[in-house]
Design a protein around this ligand. Structure first.
Ligand code: PMP
Length: 335
């Protein structure tokens, strides 16, 4: 018999799938590391489990303890699965701009969800950030995860995602392209791949409205780069400790409109039903075309599943409201 002893045993070993139509003008082979095959439907299951295991080993979390994280989506789901199997209480603290579905999904897997106002500064005691920290301090046996700065996030990808990509490509991968949020995925995979072959190029995909690209190019944290944007999961207004800028060769920025349109193209032209950071990532690959030759093997990682986005990217009215379906007028882009 062949079976996993619990759902956590199904995390990782995701497939690598060729992208055929969207990237057909590129000279190289483009392969998607397809992370929705994880049980929580995203790459985040890997780092969630790793951070819980680390906290157990460090004595920060013990039986009957409580996990607290400020998360609305994929990390919350990954932590919830680990919490269920290992016997912890799970509290997600989220801001009130999050969709109903996200709250319902977290509650469906047994999370306690605390909803905080969005329109307050991070240091305000009512913010989701302050509330998560306070709950972790007040509840006996509670542990605050902090995925942005927790080194287990990067290590999970160094130990699993990176080696899988290396083995699945027989060591022939030449470029890795991925959206950057906390930085765990790019830093862990990037470090592993460069240790195997320092010539492998690591490219980050950033949003307009995020600080990463400019910081990487100039060393300047520019508050003018920060403004609201639509693409979920990537781009930041902070510099998380998990972003290892030394490992990254460059960033390319993708507009919200392109991310949305390419997410829909992935679904309709490749049968790949994914979230909008995947559209951003594949558009990022196309923007980097000049860097690829006929012998190259480009791996792009797709983080999460389309089901969370049916009322957004996959909804025509929502797309029209954003101006994303009008060929003439995308939303303003600040260069
Ligand atoms: N895409 C989605 C949908 C995500 O949830 C995340 C995680 N924030 C990312 C991309 C970026 O991954 P990382 O945090 O590892 O940089």
């Amino acid at each position: 018999m062949e079976y996993a002893s619990n759902i956590l045993g199904t995390i990782g070993n995701t497939p690598l799938v060729r992208i055929n139509r969207i990237t057909s003008d590129l000279p190289c082979l483009v392969l998607a590391k397809y992370e929705t095959f994880n049980p929580g439907n995203s790459v985040k299951d890997r780092m969630a489990l790793k951070m819980v295991e680390d906290a157990e080993a460090d004595g920060l979390l013990s039986p009957g303890g409580t996990i607290v994280e400020g998360t609305s989506g994929n990390t919350g789901m990954g932590l919830a699965l680990a919490a269920i199997v290992r016997g912890y209480r799970m509290i997600c603290v989220i801001s009130d701009k999050q969709s109903r579905e996200k709250i319902d999904i977290l509650r469906a897997v047994g999370c306690e969800v605390h909803i905080c106002p969005t329109d307050v500064a991070p240091e305000d005691p009512r913010s989701y950030y302050s509330t998560a920290r306070r709950l972790a301090e007040e509840i006996p046996g509670a542990w605050y995860v902090n995925q942005y700065d927790n080194p287990g996030n990067t290590r999970a990808h160094y130990e699993s995602t990176g080696p899988e990509i290396w083995q699945q490509t027989d060591g022939r991968v030449t470029h890795f392209v991925v959206g950057v949020g906390t930085g765990g995925t790019i830093s862990g995979v990037g470090r592993y791949l460069k240790e195997q072959n320092p010539d492998i190029r690591i490219w980050g995909v950033d949003t307009y409205g995020s600080v990463f690209k400019k910081y990487h190019e100039t060393g300047i944290f520019d508050p003018d780069e920060i403004y609201p944007y639509v693409t979920e999961g990537i781009g930041e207004d902070i510099l998380p400790e998990n972003v290892d800028f030394e490992i990254i060769d460059g960033f390319t920025k993708v507009t919200d409109r392109d991310a949305a349109l390419y997410t829909r193209r992935l679904a309709r032209e490749e049968g790949m039903f994914l979230g909008n950071s995947a559209g951003a990532a594949v558009k990022g690959v196309l923007q980097l075309a000049e860097h690829f030759g006929p012998e190259d093997v480009v791996v792009v990682l797709f983080h999460d599943h389309g089901s969370r986005y049916v009322n957004k990217i996959y909804n025509d009215q929502w797309m029209r409201d954003q101006g994303f379906l009008d060929p003439e007028s995308g939303p303003p882009v600040k260069e």
